[in-house]
Design a protein around this ligand. Structure first.
Ligand code: FMN
Length: 386
């Protein structure tokens, strides 16, 4: 299947504008999501085997998730499950609806298997996403895996009011998802990454904590909607993670880690896209790399793994990490897990390798577990660091 995608489907898709293809794919997946029978047919092709792991009180049927940015409208929630994902992160969602940056804003660097984007949090706003999520539940199409939401800052909100802006989104979306990711690491909203500064981030996390029902209760000790097979408990404290940039120094990462205990962080998502560019003498790549925005895909892999490893070693494995950046196959996912990630996510790999990728990665992880004689995924986490 991936040969078919790589050699026949991908060349056709890549002959068209990247954002246009993205939108059309989401339209098709959104339509499929409403057709129960077709979704089942999709699942019969792509459903991954069970490779369960429990983390921050949630049960994940497998550790491979959809990274933020792919489905900002919650347009195709059931389809991602049919494509084999063990969890999804919707968004980035901001409090105010916003169009994002002017197009073109998404570029392919094909020979490096990379993307550059400067989308700028184009999204319909927290209230519209909450309404869409309520619809999926009402239609009985809610997936059997955890659903997370990536929270961004509205462009019109000055940095000084960022905490209130994030808190507004969290208040509206809180009942509709299983976990939340505070995104202060996108390079495409002016000055957003300054919010990775410890004091600014602390203010945002404090504002979100205040919105948690029964504020002060550890998310991990509360019941949540994906505690294996339970009916959704809509009003309970939700795990909150922070997503970091690959361009942060280890010292800056360590400062963020200092907030984990006081602000009851459930984990870290590492990493977002990078503003750095690989060396190249290829004139086509040079032209694409001159575009402003965040780079994802293969050139990001090593740096994001390095960050995962650093976070794992600094916390001695006590803080869950979701590893993301440049995962294109099971080997890449295994590298992230053995470096310290308990879960992984992918975006660019899906664009380059096609819809069979999740199933292939889960199968490959299962094989590696068996080969290494480990009984569960949890036992593999961080084993490459000793
Ligand atoms: C087009 C595009 C849009 C993205 N939008 C978001 C976003 O809204 N919020 C976020 O935290 N990350 C966003 N990301 C970053 C991804 O979630 C991921 O961290 C990054 O692409 C690295 O993973 P990859 O190499 O598998 O693509 C986006 C990435 C791409 C390519």
């Amino acid at each position: 299947m991936s040969w078919f995608y790589r050699n026949l489907v991908r060349p056709a898709l890549f002959s068209l504008d990247s954002e246009e293809i993205h939108n059309r794919t989401l339209d098709v997946l959104g339509w499929l999501s409403r057709q129960g029978v077709l979704c089942e047919a999709l699942a019969s092709l792509y459903q991954a085997t069970d490779l369960p792991i429990e983390l921050f009180g949630l049960r994940f049927p497998n550790p491979v998730g959809l990274a933020a940015g792919m489905d900002k409208h919650a347009a195709a929630v059931p389809a991602w499950e049919a494509l084999g994902f063990g969890f999804i992160e919707l968004g980035g969602v901001t409090w105010h609806p916003q169009p994002g940056n002017p197009a073109p804003r998404l570029f392919r660097a094909v020979s490096d298997a990379a993307l550059i984007n400067r989308m700028g949090f184009n999204n319909p706003g927290a209230e519209a996403v909450a309404a869409r999520l309520a619809e999926w539940r009402a239609w009985g199409r809610w997936p059997n895996h955890p659903v997370g939401i990536n929270l961004g800052k509205s462009k019109i909100a000055p940095l000084g009011t960022a905490a209130a802006d994030y808190a507004n989104s969290f208040r509206i979306l809180g009942p509709h998802a299983d976990f939340f990711v505070v995104n202060v690491s996108s390079p495409n909203t002016p000055n957003l990454r300054q919010l990775q500064d410890k004091a600014a981030l602390d203010e945002i996390l404090a504002a979100l904590q205040e919105q948690q029902p029964g504020a002060g209760v550890s998310p991990a000790s509360e019941s949540s909607s994906h505690r294996a097979g339970e009916t959704p408990a809509l009003h309970c404290a939700k795990p909150i993670l922070v997503k970091v940039a690959p361009d942060l120094s280890f010292e800056a990462l360590d400062e963020i880690l200092e907030l984990a205990g006081p602000r009851q962080l459930a984990g870290i998502v590492a990493t977002n896209t990078t503003i750095t560019r690989p060396e190249t003498s290829d004139p086509d790549l040079k032209r694409i790399y001159a575009e402003a925005g965040g780079l994802s895909g293969r050139p990001l892999r090593a740096r994001s793994t390095e960050i995962v490893r650093h976070l794992y070693c600094q916390t001695k494995g006590s803080l869950p990490i979701i590893g993301v950046g440049g995962i294109f196959n099971a080997e890449d996912a295994w590298e992230k897990i053995t470096s310290g990630a308990s879960l992984v996510q992918l975006y660019t790999g899906l664009v380059y390798e096609g819809p069979g990728l999740v199933k292939e990665v889960v199968r490959g992880l299962q094989q590696r577990l068996e080969e290494s004689g480990l009984g569960s995924l949890k036992e593999a986490v961080g084993t490459g660091n000793t």
